[in-house]
Design a protein around this ligand. Structure first.
Ligand SMILES: [Zn+2]
Length: 257
């Protein structure tokens, strides 16, 4: 590696600023997750074969959720621009900086991509106690909810509000996250109407929404709960808003901002 050493440090600073800057909507588990190893290590062929069913499932959900939103946008006279998804293990590059597994799934509005670490799906079961395919579908639908917010300009509006009122930054972040949970429920409603859900799916989704509540995660990683530091909402709030979308099937019912 050549070049002046200073550039390396500068780049790292820049990347960190991008990761933790206001553009990224990260759904990580507050950085307390285990590190998976080197950033940039791709999937090995063995992993790919083992993970093939998971990759297929993820692609199916991605398409189904986006089809649902494309139709909703069309009926409202708006154009839907599809997001793409990047599946990774360990770490990956995004327009928002380096994504690492420890961050959990995230949406980058700069490249309009959803980044999902496949290991997170195992964690949902083993660490968060939320097993099942619909728990995974909820995560994907939540991230695409952030994409919908981006297309509607809701995320930009929220960042403006955060800048003019920094003291309510966490509360505003919670409202954005609960709306994304509600949007995930709106897709769940559509899937249910099309008979795509099987017995137990709704419970799995509600379980996953609660499992990633800030209080649950804080209790688990720090042994205590501080509601003022919540950025995604409590277990009860997250399940409530997911359910609100699920019952109503209406994006209008998800207005939190
Ligand atoms: Zn989120």
């Amino acid at each position: 590696m050549g070049g002046p050493l200073g550039i390396g440090g500068g780049l790292i600073m820049l990347v960190l600023a991008l990761i933790f800057g206001p553009g990224v909507i990260s759904d990580g588990s507050d950085g307390a997750a285990d590190s998976y190893g080197d950033v940039g290590a791709g999937l090995s062929p063995a992993d790919s074969a083992r993970e093939e069913p998971m990759v297929q499932f993820v692609s199916f959900v991605l398409d189904d959720v986006q089809k649902t939103w494309a139709e909703a946008f069309q009926s409202a006279g708006q154009a839907y621009r599809p997001a793409t998804m990047v599946l990774f293990r360990n770490g990956t590059q995004s327009a928002c900086g380096v994504g690492q597994a420890a961050m959990g799934p995230f949406y980058c509005p700069l490249d309009e991509k959803v980044y999902i670490d496949l290991g997170f799906f195992n964690e949902l079961d083993s660490r968060f106690g939320a097993p099942g395919d619909f728990a995974q579908a909820y995560v994907i639908a939540h991230e695409l909810g952030h994409h919908v917010q981006h297309l509607l300009g809701t995320d930009a509006k929220m960042r403006e509000m955060q800048q003019s009122n920094p003291r309510s930054a966490n509360e505003l972040s919670v409202r954005l996250e609960l709306q994304a949970d509600c949007y995930a429920g709106v897709w769940g409603n559509s899937a249910a109407r099309r008979d795509k859900l099987s017995t137990g799916d709704v419970e799995e989704g509600l379980g996953a929404a609660s499992a990633v509540g800030d209080d649950r995660i804080q209790q688990q990683s720090r042994g205590g709960v501080n509601p003022e530091s919540f950025t995604h909402g409590s277990a009860q709030q997250r399940a409530e808003w997911f359910n609100r979308g699920l019952q109503s099937g209406s994006a209008q019912a998800c207005n939190t901002i």
